[in-house]
Design a protein around this ligand. Structure first.
Ligand code: ASP
Length: 340
């Protein structure tokens, strides 16, 4: 009887403290890419479609977390929704390489064990984030590329599709435009420059998706998935599948997923640098993320990132016009934002 009473008291106490924490504690944060996203260029229908897709991704991840599954499960389930949507540059909406292929990269990291997995340059795996997870959990390696990664994904029971699955007209047209611009040698300038062909689309480097989750056991996980950069050549790989650059998670600090001009994110080892600043300099997640993004900006790179720390503090800085992004708090409140 006494034991039952004490247990009841403990339950009441646990619920109360959860309810008190719940207001400000974030459990899931996502991005759908940063770039020149301006309200004036966005139709009402398109904006609604983006908001709906981001909301569905957040709802899916939140449901996964509240059902008691791990942060890794939530990251994977959330990113599946974004990969399956043609709106984002990952999975179904991946951009085209110079050769007219869709070559995707993805990575995932478990903040509890510091285990990580990644794939790069894959063309037939429907959900590259699941292949990254399979590499982490079912192999002794961290990263697999190209055909080898595809064979491994198939052996792991993942859905393999005809590369045609990844075709979308919008991305194909984007490639044709990029090739035209490339031929007049101005696309390398990475700016919104007026040319004979009109405005160069600096968003060729953006649109990646990512998620960071914090589960009921206090474990963090982060994942990122991308088609990379429109018109990319020669087997180019960006930051997204590189652990420490585009993705990092550590229960001692934070989970981070980046989007932006990958070459700058690799050179600044952005995701790990944020974690290191928190660990070695005791900075908050927001201060660390800002300091690292400032470094990227000073070097000439642009983009953004999402980060969630072990206490449920979130930050989503970017130095572009906009970034598709959203959060869920422990009490289930969803917020989606696009512009500055
Ligand atoms: N960071 C990605 C890359 O460089 C692009 C993006 O974020 O959209 O491949």
């Amino acid at each position: 009887m006494r034991i039952k009473f004490i247990m009841l008291l403990l339950c009441v106490f646990a619920n109360t403290s959860f309810a008190q924490d719940a207001k400000e504690k974030y459990v899931l944060v996502i991005h759908g890419g940063a770039g020149t996203i301006l309200k004036k260029n966005m139709s009402a229908e398109k904006e609604a479609a983006y908001r709906a897709a981001l909301t569905l991704a957040l709802q899916t991840g939140y449901k996964t977390l509240t059902s008691g599954k791990t942060s890794l499960d939530a990251v994977e389930a959330t990113i599946h929704i974004l990969e399956d949507s043609p709106l984002f540059n990952a999975g179904k909406g991946a951009v085209f390489t110079h050769d007219g292929r869709n070559e995707m990269d993805a990575s995932v990291m478990d903040g509890k064990t510091l285990m990580a997995g990644a794939v790069a340059g894959v063309t037939t795996i429907k959900n590259p984030i699941s292949a990254a997870r399979a590499v982490m959990e079912k192999s002794e390696h961290v990263m697999m590329v190209g055909q080898g990664a595809e064979v491994f994904a198939k052996q792991s029971g993942l859905t393999i599709v005809n590369p045609k699955y990844f075709y979308t007209k919008e991305r194909w047209d984007g490639l044709q435009q990029a090739i035209k611009e490339d031929s007049i040698k101005t696309v390398l300038d990475h700016g919104n420059k007026k040319t004979k062909l009109g405005t160069i689309n600096r968003d060729y480097k953006f649109g990646t998706v990512g998620a960071v989750a914090l589960d009921k056991s206090g474990n963090l996980a982060a994942g990122t998935s991308t088609g990379g950069m429109t018109n990319k050549k020669y087997g180019r790989v960006g930051d997204s599948p590189i652990i420490g650059a585009g993705t990092y998670a550590n229960n001692a600090t934070a989970g981070i997923s980046c989007t932006g001009w990958g070459e700058f994110y690799i050179r600044n080892v952005v995701a790990h640098d944020i974690s290191a600043m928190m660990e070695y300099k005791n900075l908050s997640v927001a201060d660390a993320a800002k300091a690292v993004l400032d470094k990227v900006g000073k070097m000439g790179g642009d983009g953004g990132l999402i980060a969630l720390d072990k206490l449920g503090n979130v930050t989503m800085p970017f130095n572009t016009e906009g970034m598709y992004r959203g959060t869920v708090t422990a009490d289930g409140k969803i917020e989606v934002q696009i512009y500055k």
